[in-house]
Design a protein around this ligand. Structure first.
Ligand code: HEC
Length: 218
């Protein structure tokens, strides 16, 4: 927000609609950094998307189209560098679990060492082995949250899949799972790429996206 926390406190304290809300939430109108953090934390924890087509498929109340199903198999299928044309795309190697992420920082092969501009996690930990590693991103609602990657370099899911399919770069910190794909690429043809994207679109949750609780309050 290009703002200091101290000044945020000053700004909020000057507005009665906020001091009133702090009285309601915490029993006193005093606004502190801790209270702001607690309020934001609780709000963010309430933001749960669990009604996408894929969630309903898992619950047995929706059916995937043939293309979405082929994409699902590719997404979860392991990649085998000895059988690149027939093996999976191994996305779930990193984009795993209910939120399609793994709580880790990884390098997904966007650049070679010479082309790293943003050192990512290394800027936080100072460990050289964290260079150019970024949070493995949740893929929920990925259809509507472009542009993609930490620097927004890809505008479309087609570009993202094109990257993983044929443009993964070797570097000192690229994840070994992706390194195997650098010689041949995933070798997904255009139909398989479309299937994978159709699967990703089943993660769109319109109930969540149109929930008034998360709309702009101003
Ligand atoms: C080795 C781990 C790994 C694998 C395998 C992997 N990803 Fe990723 N993915 C990442 C990381 C790390 C990021 C975040 C990179 C960044 O911010 O620059 C990411 C970002 C993305 C994004 C952009 C998210 C956003 O909001 O900007 C999409 C979409 C995506 N991956 C889809 C896929 C698909 C589809 C596959 C399978 C073909 C796949 N990923 C395989 C680690 C992985």
């Amino acid at each position: 927000m290009n703002e200091t926390l101290e000044n945020v406190i000053v700004k909020l304290t000057a507005r009665e609609e906020y001091t009133n809300q702090f009285i309601r939430a915490f029993g006193s109108e005093e606004i502190t950094a801790l209270k702001i953090s607690l309020a934001l934390e609780n709000f963010m924890l309430s933001i749960v998307s669990d009604d996408s087509k894929y969630d309903r498929y898992l619950a047995g109340t929706a059916t995937l189209t043939d293309s979405e199903e082929r994409g699902r198999v590719l997404f979860f299928g392991e990649y085998n560098e000895f059988f690149p044309t027939t093996s999976g795309a191994d996305c779930a190697h990193c984009h795993a679990g209910n939120n399609f992420e793994n709580d880790l920082y990884m390098n997904n092969g966007l650049d070679t060492d010479a082309d790293f501009i943003d050192f990512g996690r290394e800027d936080v930990t100072s460990f050289i082995e964290d260079r150019a590693k970024f949070k493995v991103t949740s893929l929920r609602n990925i259809e509507v949250t472009g542009p993609y990657m930490h620097d927004g370099r890809f505008q479309t899911l087609e570009e993202v899949v094109g990257h993983y399919n044929a443009n993964v770069q070797n570097s000192s910190t690229v994840d070994p799972a992706l390194l195997g794909t650098t010689s041949t690429g995933l070798m997904l043809d255009e139909f398989e790429q479309a299937d994978l994207i159709n699967f990703l679109k089943t993660l769109t949750d319109n109930t969540f996206l149109t929930n008034i609780e998360y709309s702009d309050p101003f």
